[in-house]
Design a protein around this ligand. Structure first.
Ligand SMILES: [Zn+2]
Length: 320
């Protein structure tokens, strides 16, 4: 994936700190999926999203990305615990919580504005037809079904429901990341509606960001390679491409992405071991170079010290 990237100059600071926030101001957001409890890495990303939004005079929105109905149903009460965890470390948000499951009509309307085509390929067929996967495992779609005739599509619909893909016409897109610089990559004909009828993540986040006026996207850097695709779709849907700010992932002592099996990683786990939310906030602040471990801090204290250009760029090794 990195081979598609070109180094770029960091963007101009657009600080409006201290200015009155209005609805005309842009917005940042944190958008968790309510399928498992937030771990310290998710909370750290939420903290950075809050800090950067506030530092640049933006509203801070929280959106629940609950489109995967089966996984959400299998994890009841997770959304409430996630929101309680954000509040416990002192992160407040502006306006109402938005849930993707309540916005399906918007996704359908967006798809109606795009040039799409039906795709009948299985995962295996794409793996066999595609070029090598990117470093993050993503396989660009080779366009197999783009030129099917109506008769061929009718024939295939009898055996397999189609996914819908957007026709990107071989586009190439560059977006700006506050820390990674210019991120460029090809835009393949990615899925906008899966063959089980669910709207795809890449579609829903863009529709929502445009509708909510989100112009600053802070999230884990595992999503860095999807940003040219999403930036391109933003333009297709009449929005302005947001500034991206991808935060390095949190890894365990072995250098692997932090996961539940790594032990005490959620606020509930840590509280059970005698570490209240305030102590966890100090740990997160320390990992960002904003306070000492164990220091009594609030998000506002950290905001006073926050300098986006001084943020540590490497992965955070979390040792519990
Ligand atoms: Zn196909």
């Amino acid at each position: 994936m990195r081979r598609f990237f070109q180094a770029g100059r960091a963007g101009e600071e657009r600080s409006t700190r201290g200015a009155q926030m209005t609805d005309a101001a842009g917005a940042g957001r944190f958008a968790p999926s309510p399928t498992s409890d937030l771990h310290v890495g998710n909370l750290r990303t939420a903290l950075v999203a809050w800090l950067l939004a506030r530092h640049t005079g933006r509203r801070f929105l929280v959106r629940v990305e609950d489109l995967d109905a089966a996984r959400v149903a299998a994890a009841p009460d997770v959304e409430a615990r996630q929101l309680a965890d954000l509040a416990a470390i002192g992160l407040g948000w502006d306006g109402e919580i938005v849930r993707q499951s309540e916005r399906l009509d918007r996704y359908a309307a967006a798809i109606a504005r795009l040039e799409t085509y039906e795709c009948f390929c299985t995962r295996r067929e794409i793996a066999e037809a595609a070029s090598a996967p990117h470093e993050d495992g993503y396989r660009p779609y080779p366009g197999t079904c783009r030129a099917l005739t109506e008769a061929e599509r009718a024939e295939r619909r009898r055996t397999r429901p189609p996914a819908l893909r957007v026709n990107a016409h071989g586009a190439w897109m560059s977006v700006h990341d506050r820390w990674a610089g210019t991120v460029s990559g090809p835009v393949d004909d990615f899925v906008v509606r899966r063959n089980d009828g669910a709207y795809a993540y890449n579609l829903a986040v863009v529709v929502d960001d445009v509708a909510q006026g989100v112009d600053q996207v802070v999230r884990g850097d595992d999503l860095l390679s999807s940003s040219p695709r999403q930036g391109w779709l933003t333009e297709r849907l009449g929005g302005r491409v947001p500034e991206y700010a991808h935060v390095p992932l949190v890894v365990n002592a072995e250098g692997r992405r932090l996961a539940k099996r790594d032990g005490a990683v959620s606020l509930a786990d840590l509280a059970a071991r005698g570490r209240p939310a305030g102590a966890v906030l100090a740990t997160l602040g320390h990992s960002l170079g904003l306070c000492e471990p164990g220091e009594h801090v609030t998000p506002e204290t950290l905001l006073d010290r926050f300098d986006p250009d001084a943020l540590p760029r490497g992965p955070w090794v979390y040792g519990g």
